[in-house]
Design a protein around this ligand. Structure first.
Ligand code: NAD
Length: 503
């Protein structure tokens, strides 16, 4: 087994080099690129931030990948990179999903690689090839196995290059959140997907949660009218990850809290809200973002309380705000609040709020209010049945009160559950993974590849949602100044069909 320290140092050097080479390549590619004129930008003239919004022309031979259909694959040969907290349980899902076979597993460490291979062999009777011990072992796996799909569950700073390498080797790439950490790398991923004609999907599993699917279904039925505003968050106290000092999530993620300040993990809350709004799909897209951070105190306090004075966590300065708050303005003028806090002691929250001219749907706890839903709908039913409820019903308050609680949510599910959840919910509950969302997501990935259908999330959505990371960092650094989103679709979002309500 390779010592953890050696692996980490090799990794850090590699990623620094990748970042430098990637940034230089993109800068060179963009130097001749036409800059957008102010007429092409919808932000007010007093905002001068065209550098983040610069869009290089699409190279000849590359194609737009929104709505892309790859040739159908009878049995999808899957390779998995990264078998830590996220990757190892995934092997269970793949073992239960039809039309796929895990042909290779790869991690830095031999123990988890063997564990994954043992599990797959036990469940399917076929043992995948094992690769470990070297940060580049995954390249050998790509060369030797030539998989159809590669699943990337590794630290954030490795995502972009691994996705690019997977596509260059002919595979469709499926990447954990976020897709990449810089705008340059997001462009490299988009451009590689367009040139190689391989899917690259960021695996935003929350879009497959039962409530998120149901809200999408309700929004599409027009139950809350025209959309105005959304609220998204990832508020999850995870300081204990710092106890994984030499290996595991805390061993790499802690360096991000130390070195960066912004909304670094935005997509769990934002992905569903973006889908409700058809962002980058005909109706609307992100225009600009402002971001602020609270003081950065919690990580240092946690280190002081839980580690010796001379421990490395007590030697570093933590730059990242405990609570990051961003506001996105969309081209259609809507607003989205995005918050991220993995440090403060407070209950879990993804907000999951979407507000329209006729009502609002919200999460944590699940609740709805509006002119046609919740208590207003009950009042109407009573009236239609000739049983006006009198004071009792009037007291319920129509849309002035949230319709919530166990019975209310059960009734909402009965009326509005998404057809996809109706089809896969039972299997999802059995197979688990964040309440079943992981299973449904991976099921859909394989189903779409097997049938040759477009994926539910295209490369541009992954890039746009992930761009909140670097753009919020820039905004925070500039005292909250607005930053313009690049249009990774190069204008093609205007004709990209909204995600259908998949049956
Ligand atoms: N969508 C979700 O709900 C969810 C939940 C948890 C984590 N994640 C994401 O999943 C990713 C992994 O997180 P995690 O918690 O599993 O971290 P982890 O540290 O537990 O696992 C990462 C694994 O990647 C391996 N690895 C690192 N570099 C490698 C290389 N060059 N080649 C092969 N393997 C390599 C490590 O050895 C480790 O086993 C992150 O992007 C994280 O944000 C997503």
């Amino acid at each position: 087994m390779v010592p953890a320290d050696k692996i980490r140092m090799t990794n850090m050097f590699k990623y620094m080099m990748i970042g430098l080479v990637g940034a230089a390549a993109v800068a060179a590619a963009q130097s001749d690129a036409p800059q957008p004129t102010s007429a092409e930008l919808t932000h007010e003239q007093n905002i001068s931030v065209p550098d983040t919004a610069a869009v290089p022309p699409r190279p000849e031979g590359s194609i737009y990948m929104g709505g892309f259909r790859a040739p159908a694959i009878e049995c999808v040969r899957v390779a998995v990179i990264g078998l830590g907290e996220r990757g190892l349980p995934q092997t269970e899902h793949f073992a239960a999903i039809p039309h796929c076979e895990v042909v290779g597993v790869c991690d830095l460490y031999d123990d988890v690689t063997k564990e994954a291979a043992d599990f797959i062999q036990e469940k399917t009777g076929k043992r995948p090839a094992e690769y470990h011990g070297d940060p580049k072992a995954y390249l050998k796996m790509l060369e030797e196995l030539k998989p159809d799909a590669v699943i990337i569950n590794t630290p954030w700073e490795t995502h972009a290059q691994m996705a690019i390498d997977a596509m260059e080797h002919g595979a469709h790439a499926f990447v954990e959140v976020p897709l990449a950490l810089t705008l340059e790398d997001l462009w490299r991923v988009v451009d590689t997907s367009e040139r190689t004609k391989r899917h690259c999907m960021m695996l935003e599993n929350v879009n497959y949660g039962r409530d998120e699917l149901m809200f999408l279904n309700m929004v599409r039925q027009g139950l809350i009218g025209e959309l105005l505003h959304g609220e998204a968050a990832y508020i999850h106290e995870l300081r204990m990850q710092m106890k994984s000092v030499d290996r595991g999530c805390g061993s790499w993620r802690t360096y991000h809290y130390a070195g960066r300040n912004g909304n670094l993990y935005p997509t769990h809350g934002l992905g569903p809200v973006a889908q409700y709004m058809n962002i980058a799909r005909t109706d609307d897209t992100f225009d600009r973002i402002v971001s602020f951070g609270s003081p950065a105190l919690g990580r240092a306090a946690y280190a002081k309380k839980n580690f010796p004075e001379d421990h490395k966590w007590n030697q570093m300065e933590f730059k990242c705000a405990d609570m990051s708050t961003s506001i996105i303005k969309t081209k259609a003028g809507r607003t989205i609040l995005v918050q991220w806090d993995e440090t403060s002691p407070r209950p879990y929250d993804r907000k999951n709020l979407i507000q329209g001219t006729e009502g609002t749907l919200a999460g944590f706890p699940t609740r709805v209010a509006g002119e046609r839903i919740g208590y207003s709908a009950i009042e109407k039913q009573q009236e239609e049945a000739g049983q006006p409820g009198g004071k009792e019903i009037a007291d319920l308050g129509g849309y002035h009160r949230w319709y919530q609680g166990k019975e209310a949510v059960a009734e909402l599910y009965r009326q509005y559950d998404h057809p996809l959840y109706k089809r896969l919910g039972e299997a999802a509950e059995k197979n688990g993974g964040h309440g079943g969302m992981d299973y449904i997501m991976l099921y859909r990935v394989i189903e779409c590849l097997h049938k040759g259908e477009p994926l539910d999330q295209n490369v541009y959505e992954g890039a746009l949602w992930s761009a909140v990371g670097p753009l919020s960092e820039k905004s925070v650094n500039e005292g909250g100044a607005p930053q313009v989103f690049p249009d990774f679709t190069r204008g093609d979002w205007k004709t990209t069909a909204p995600l259908p309500i998949v049956e």
